[in-house]
Design a protein around this ligand. Sequence first.
Ligand code: NDP
Length: 337
Amino acid sequence: MINQQIHLVSRPEGEASADNFKLVDVPVPELEDGQVLVRHHYLSLDPYMRGRMNDSKSYAQPQPLDQVMIGGTVGIVEKSRSDAFGVGDKVVGMGGWQQYAVVDANQPGLLRKVDTKHIPLSAYLGPVGMPGVTGWYGLTKICKPEAGQTIAVSAASGAVGSVVGQLAKARGCRAIGIAGGPEKCAYVVDELGFDACVDYKAHPDPKSLNAALREAAPDGVDGYFENVGGRILDAMMLRMNAFGRMAFCGMISGYDGAPMPMAYPALILQSRLTVRGFIVSEHMADWPDALKELGAGVASGKIKYRESIADGLASAPEAFLGLLKGKNFGKQLVKLV
Ligand code: NDP
């Protein structure tokens, strides 16, 4: 049996490109005792993967060259030599950019069984998975929303941002999104229920972006969930209320490595802001609480989400490069089965 994989074969200088990846065929090995064979149904494409393509020091280990790209996956157990998993079990793991993964089921945390009665399998890579928990953690633990306050989030139509605004609304806040383009903004307000959304692409100069944010958040912003950085962060700094909280989750506009100067650092002092970065995988103790709320929200239809689905493993590199340019609309997945 053949397993198709995508390897990282070179490291980008500046922008990543399709040449950095290669499609490779390898045989699926026979299982040893304690192992299971998982057939991947979806793989998750996430912005953090861009950081791992570099060889530089970061919170994440670099992706080794000539090996399968690491990444989140959901799939179904196809063969098992483990008592812990049976054929047909639906599982979430870190199987990487490949059709099949052989997983040592005895190693804790590598595979988790999931129930798809009320939650679709793919949602475990989105709102009921790592991106959802990221939104939940940054909002509840750092932005600390209180009813009546205003919470803002950038990349608002995306996997993380869409969750942040909906959870903020559920806590009685005014939710403001920032997103690229009128279609994404209409979705954020009409479907996700945010109070307002600013299309930053329609406001290329700081003056008009500031004016649009002032209109969207007339009482200022108490909690800001940052996914993007750059000029959007600068504009948000100006809207922060005294004692506001900023969760630094992502800086996607700078992932190609260009310097990202901050225009108004003095406002951290003047507005007495709390600014805290976080990495969701360092807060495993909070995942059960987060997944409880997120799972219930998705199962009941209260938490809405959207997916961009690329078809087939070979489409993963282009879909990933598109994600870094905002071509995705919602959680970017690759469908393998
Ligand atoms: P999204 O689904 O939001 O997709 C990325 C979005 O980023 C794009 O759709 C685009 O939205 C926006 N974007 C891309 N390039 C730019 C740019 N140059 N300027 C402005 N916006 C841009 O991805 P996720 O929800 O998975 O991730 C959102 C953020 O959260 C990322 O920064 C990611 O790195 C971070 N993250 C951090 C984690 C942590 O533990 N700290 C864990 C998971 C994610 P638009 O078209 O609206 O601009």
